[in-house]
Write a new protein. Structure first.
Length: 464
């Protein structure tokens, strides 16, 4: 069924004694758009829009855009894999906000990164062939695919936010409405354009239909009329940034581990620190300790700054949500690209500045590709500094380090640590997942012992 008609049928099903068959027949002869206009948008019965789902695909968008699209908590989907596909000839998306001269600088740097990606991939593949002879019981083609996947794992550090990808998603029309509003309010022109395109797609007939002989009608036309830009998030971020610049003391230079686990007990301080985290470059521990020492009135200033632009249609920002445990992680953005897809936690990121440098996989040196790799990285970072934000961020390589905050309960910490530390995973997030388990051992030894994570030194490179 079309998603809006499905929502109407199931909503009516809950409000009448009729069977679902009778409710479906009712919907065939009544206007679902009028129903949604009244009950969803006018009366605010938001759960109705959870009852209709869309399947939507995005093709040729940037990796940066894909990561932002996937940020909805209630979202299911898949993206193009960097492990199983060669990106060396994929080209890349040029951010529309760059002027002609800046775009030329960007394209030259992007070409150089992809050229280095191809060279590093070839060198690492050859080195893996030397290190890992084919087992007698493994077919040559399977062996080659396994080596190729591991080589791509290393070479992907030279991919960057501008490379194109495809994303397929399944989401309720309520989630799609939130997604459209969020994207339309984005600082990135590509994302604002995508928000408009999603709304237009909802107002149009489906582009691909399973039943070519079936009835043709718009996908979700009522939704398309009401998805205006989310202006609250951008304004709140600007207000919080201004408050931080005017009121926070000089950075303490707090030295924290790459994975730092905090268990907040002061809820107002936790919220204030979380709201400030994305608009600063400070560790979460430093912000939380500062907020714990503030008066209630000072913490209220931060919270009020986040709420000043909120309207009736705006939910509380994600900074007001959380979990028992806050993992503050410095990792390469390639690892973040994988880990941020976990839904049962709240994720926050700081600006993509490149200020924390980049990681170098050990196989790069073992393959004799250090000079190619590091030269390409340094050149990309230099070009980033020449270009204006936010377009410059498209040039950030996957190997660049940045700071991210993940807040979750113990069940999610156990799940991520166990799943992502497995030998089939990428070595970067395997190390992060293992350190998450180790930090839980320190903070909550009674619970840490329950996490069956795999240490990163246990490897099976021929297993996918």
């Amino acid at each position: 069924m079309p998603p809006e008609k499905s929502a109407y049928a199931l909503a009516r099903y809950s409000r009448s004694p009729d069977s679902i068959r009778e409710s479906i027949q009712w919907v065939r002869t009544h206007d679902s758009q009028k129903f949604l206009e009244s009950f969803y948008f006018q009366y605010g019965h938001a759960s109705i829009a959870d009852l209709g789902h869309t399947v939507m695909c995005f093709e040729g968008i940037s990796e940066l855009a894909a990561t932002e699209i996937e940020e909805e908590p209630l979202w299911d989907g898949q993206a193009k894999s960097s492990r199983y596909q060669d990106f060396s000839k994929s080209g890349f998306v040029t951010p529309p906000e760059l002027a002609v001269s800046d775009a030329a600088i960007y394209r030259a740097a992007g070409d150089a990164l992809l050229a280095a990606y191809a060279k590093v991939n070839e060198a690492v593949f050859a080195r893996l062939g030397e290190q890992l002879p084919r087992p007698d019981d493994m077919k040559p083609e399977a062996y080659r695919r396994n080596l190729a996947a591991r080589a791509f794992d290393v070479a992907r550090y030279l991919l960057f936010w501008g490379v194109p990808t495809n994303v397929g998603q399944v989401a309720s029309i309520r989630t799609v409405e939130k997604q459209i509003r969020r994207l339309k309010g984005s600082e990135y022109a590509e994302l604002r354009s995508l928000g408009d395109e999603i709304a237009a797609a909802c107002a149009a007939e489906p582009d691909c239909r399973w039943d070519a002989a079936g009835a043709v009608e718009p996908l979700a036309p009522t939704l398309a009329r009401h998805a205006d830009p989310d202006e609250h998030t951008g304004r709140a971020r600007a207000d919080l940034k201004r408050w931080a610049e005017q009121n926070l003391p000089a950075p303490a230079g707090l030295d924290v581990d790459r994975v730092d686990l905090v268990r907040p007990t002061n809820v107002p301080a936790d919220i204030a620190a979380t709201l400030l985290y994305p608009v600063t470059c400070r560790p979460f521990r430093e912000l939380y300790e500062l907020a714990c020492g503030w008066s209630a009135a000072t913490r209220a200033e931060v919270i009020d700054a986040a709420l000043g632009s909120r309207t009736r249609r705006d939910e509380l920002m994600a900074g007001f949500r959380g979990g028992l445990y806050a993992y503050d992680i410095v990792m390469d953005i390639g690892a973040y690209r994988d880990l941020h897809r976990h839904r049962r936690c709240q994720k926050f990121r700081q600006d993509y500045t490149g200020a924390l440098g980049f990681d170098t996989p050990k196989l790069v040196a073992e393959a004799g590709a250090t000079e190619v790799y590091e030269s390409a990285m340094r050149a990309a970072f230099a070009c980033m500094r020449e270009l204006p934000a936010p377009g410059a961020e498209y040039l950030l390589p996957f190997g660049a380090r940045s700071r991210f905050l993940f807040k979750m309960d113990f069940a999610e910490a156990e799940y991520i640590s166990k799943l992502r530390s497995g030998v089939k995973g990428h070595f970067s997030y395997r190390e992060i997942a293992w350190e998450m388990k180790c930090k839980m051992d320190e903070v909550e030894p009674e619970l840490g012992r329950l996490i069956e994570a795999t240490p990163p030194w246990i490897e099976d490179p021929l297993k996918r």
